[in-house]
Design a protein around this ligand. Structure first.
Ligand code: ZN
Length: 269
C-alpha cells in the first residue's frame, strides 16, 4: 500500500535521473499525443507531495501520478529485469542510463504546467509531513476546526496534512495514546504534537526501508509477521498493557482502525 513514505522513497530513487533526457516514453493511448512533447525533454525536477508524485520536464510539461492502493514504481538501469509483466505498465520512460516503470498506476496524467497549477486535487493538499519544513504547529488549528469529526478519520484527510495512510494512522494514534474516536476539536495541541513527533520519524524510517511497514522496535519483532503495535492485531494482547487490541471501521470510506482501549482512553467521548 502506497502511504506517503513509499511515495517519498520512489521520489528519492528518481532523483538521480534529474538532468537526463527522455529517449523514449510509453503511455496509454489517451496520453500518447501529448507525450510526444516529452521525448527529448529533460527531467528537471521530481516532486512528491503526500501520495502524489510529479515529474517535471523542460518545455513546461509534467506527469502527475497517484499510486492509490495498488500502483508501484520500478526505477533502475537500462535493461533491468521487470518486476511485473510489461502489460501492467501505465508509464515507461527510458533515458540514456535509466528505465522507469509505473505499474498499474490508477492516476497518470500528462499535463501542462498551467494545468497542474489548476489541478484541484493536487492543489488542495495539506502540508506533507515528510517534507523538511513540516511543522505540526502549522496544522493543529486545521484539526481543531474539524469539530466533532473523529480524529482517526481526520488524520487521513489529505487536505489537512498529506502523506498519512491507514497503517500509520493506527500506529501513530496508539503511540500518542489518542483514542481514534475522539472528536478532533478535543484533541489538545500537545497531543497532536506527540502524534507527529512519534509518527514522522517512523515514516522517515519507512521511507528508507523498502518492504512491509514496521513500527515495532526490533526487539519486539519476535516473529517475521510481528511488525506493528496495533495494525491487524485485533484480539491479540497489547504489547504495552496486554489488553486485547480492538478494530472498528471509520469515516466515509469505512477504513479499518486498530487501537488499544486501555492505552488509548476515550476521555471525552
Ligand atoms: Zn495497551
Amino acid at each position: 500500500m502506497a502511504e506517503g513514505h513509499a511515495v517519498a522513497r520512489w521520489g528519492d530513487a528518481l532523483q538521480p535521473l534529474v538532468g537526463e533526457r527522455v529517449a523514449d516514453i510509453y503511455v496509454p493511448p489517451r496520453w500518447r499525443e501529448r507525450a510526444t512533447n516529452i521525448v527529448g525533454a529533460e527531467l528537471t525536477r521530481v516532486e512528491t507531495h503526500g501520495k502524489h508524485l510529479v515529474l517535471h520536464f523542460s518545455g513546461e510539461w509534467v506527469i502527475h501520478t497517484h499510486a492509490m492502493q495498488y500502483g508501484s514504481w520500478q526505477i533502475g538501469p537500462i535493461g533491468q529485469t521487470l518486476r511485473k509483466e510489461a502489460r501492467f505498465a501505465r508509464l515507461r520512460i527510458t533515458t540514456p542510463k535509466h528505465e522507469v516503470v509505473f505499474y498499474h498506476g490508477p492516476v497518470m496524467e500528462v499535463l501542462s504546467v498551467a494545468e497542474l497549477a489548476n489541478h484541484e486535487r493536487f492543489n488542495s493538499l495539506g502540508p506533507d509531513l515528510l517534507h523538511d519544513d513540516f511543522s505540526a504547529a502549522d496544522v493543529i488549528d486545521a484539526f481543531h476546526a474539524q469539530g466533532n469529526r473523529e480524529i482517526g478519520d481526520a488524520v487521513l484527510d489529505q487536505r489537512i496534512v498529506s502523506g498519512i495512510g491507514n497503517i500509520y494512522k493506527s500506529e501513530g494514534l496508539f503511540l500518542a495514546t489518542i483514542h481514534p474516536k475522539r472528536p478532533a476539536a478535543g484533541v489538545s495541541a500537545e497531543e497532536m504534537q506527540v502524534f507527529f513527533d512519534e509518527l514522522v520519524p517512523l515514516m522517515q524510517a519507512g521511507r528508507r526501508t523498502p518492504g512491509w511497514i514496521a513500527t515495532l522496535p526490533r526487539d519486539l519483532q519476535l516473529e517475521p509477521w510481528m511488525r506493528n503495535w496495533v495494525y491487524q492485531r485485533r484480539g491479540q494482547p497489547c504489547f504495552v498493557c496486554a489488553t486485547k487490541i480492538e478494530m472498528f471501521r471509520q469515516g466515509d470510506f469505512q477504513r479499518t482502525t486498530y487501537f488499544c482501549p486501555h492505552c488509548q482512553p476515550a476521555i471525552d467521548l
